[in-house]
Design a protein around this ligand. Sequence first.
Ligand SMILES: CC(=O)[C@@H](O)[C@H](O)COP(=O)(O)O
Ligand SMILES: NCC(=O)COP(=O)(O)O
Length: 243
Amino acid sequence: MTKLSVNINKFATLRNARGGNVPDILKVAQDCERFGADGITVHPRPDERHIRYQDVLDLKPLVTTEFNIEGYPSPDFMDLVLKVKPDQVTLVPDPPDAITSNTGWDTITYQSFLKDVIGAFKKAGIRVSIFLNPDVNLVEGAKTAGADRIELYTGPYAEEYFNARTQPQNLQLFNDYKNTARAASEIGLDLNAGHDLNLDNLRFFKLHIPQLKEVSIGHALVADAIYFGLENTIQLYKRQLVD
Ligand SMILES: CC(=O)[C@@H](O)[C@H](O)COP(=O)(O)O
Ligand SMILES: NCC(=O)COP(=O)(O)O
């Protein structure tokens, strides 16, 4: 069974639209767990347009499953993560003004930077995952930099699946995902995945990437919850993740 970590950013987007505390994202996180989520993911961005740094601090004592904080390792982000000590930090190479994440790390060019950053988190006992494009050439660099896991950036997969839903396993891009997953597993890196996964494309990914330990899903899951309700939606996603 692959774990489902629910990314609650978009609940915070809704809350921030009115300035009050509706929906209460602390309650949302606890409800997600009650409804079956195996983890809670947040991605505080520098402009705090959805998750705020204070939310992350407030969530820490309440999250009883796996707490995963994603983001670019700026000094502020690093201070926050080292203070909160989540179960996992996922490093993403997003510039401050990114609308959303749209690529993984170049583990060769940023090797020494990643080594320093990952070293600081590992010293604090935090598991480190790094966001990666499906490219076998980048896997070794993730390992050398000290990462425990990689998170495959699934945005391009989602697009490919949507455009070629008949037989995506035959397309080059999906082979890149399979090969990257295999290469990671061969050198002892565990595998996460995320970005634009949804009820259409998740099962196929899970079935063809047997190394998959965890997915983090937010945008589509929150949109589905409008129609199906949060509890049903979480169960629908979990059903896609059974072995
Ligand atoms: C790291 C990643 O894949 C992103 O999907 C991210 O966590 C979502 O961020 P936004 O909610 O800001 O689009
Ligand atoms: N790491 C990916 C994530 O947390 C959620 O991405 P999305 O489902 O909001 O695209």
